[in-house]
Design a protein around this ligand. Structure first.
Ligand code: ZN
Length: 134
């Protein structure tokens, strides 16, 4: 892991959050994408080499809806760029980290996988690999 790919922020109301972050960054999201499998709408801002990803739940079963019910709006996860997600997961499992589910297709043309916050000091960690390298 060499860089922060993005920081995910859970928002209750995307329109309201976008107007807040547009004002904060003096920029607009360069990309929005619905990720059906995760039950989220995503809105990306560029931040140098990294990105900020706003996450809005699209249904009550969405992990974001559950996060908001428990913890309100705020930082949801940190995503790290990896070259080879399968090799990295193998290494991390050996180190004792708990993987949440399988490697899957995420937003922004990425293969992603999450680590359980129980094993990462309370931080939900996402690993991201460029999908076109597969
Ligand atoms: Zn993410």
């Amino acid at each position: 892991m060499k860089k922060i790919e993005h920081i995910g922020i859970a928002v209750a109301n995307a329109d309201k959050a976008i107007s807040t972050f547009n004002a904060l960054f003096n920029a607009k999201p360069y990309k929005t994408e619905k990720v059906q499998s995760e039950g989220v709408n995503t809105y990306f801002y560029k931040m140098g080499e990294s990105k900020i990803e706003l996450l809005e739940a699209t249904n009550p079963e969405s992990p974001i809806a559950k996060f908001l019910a428990n913890r309100k709006e705020g930082i949801h996860h940190l995503a790290f760029h990896v070259e080879d997600i399968h090799a990295e997961i193998k290494r991390l499992v050996k180190e004792g980290f708990n993987v949440l589910g399988e490697v899957k297709k995420g937003a922004d043309n990425k293969l992603i996988c999450f680590l359980h916050p129980k094993t990462t000091s309370g931080v939900l960690v996402e690993l991201c690999q460029e999908a076109n390298l597969e």
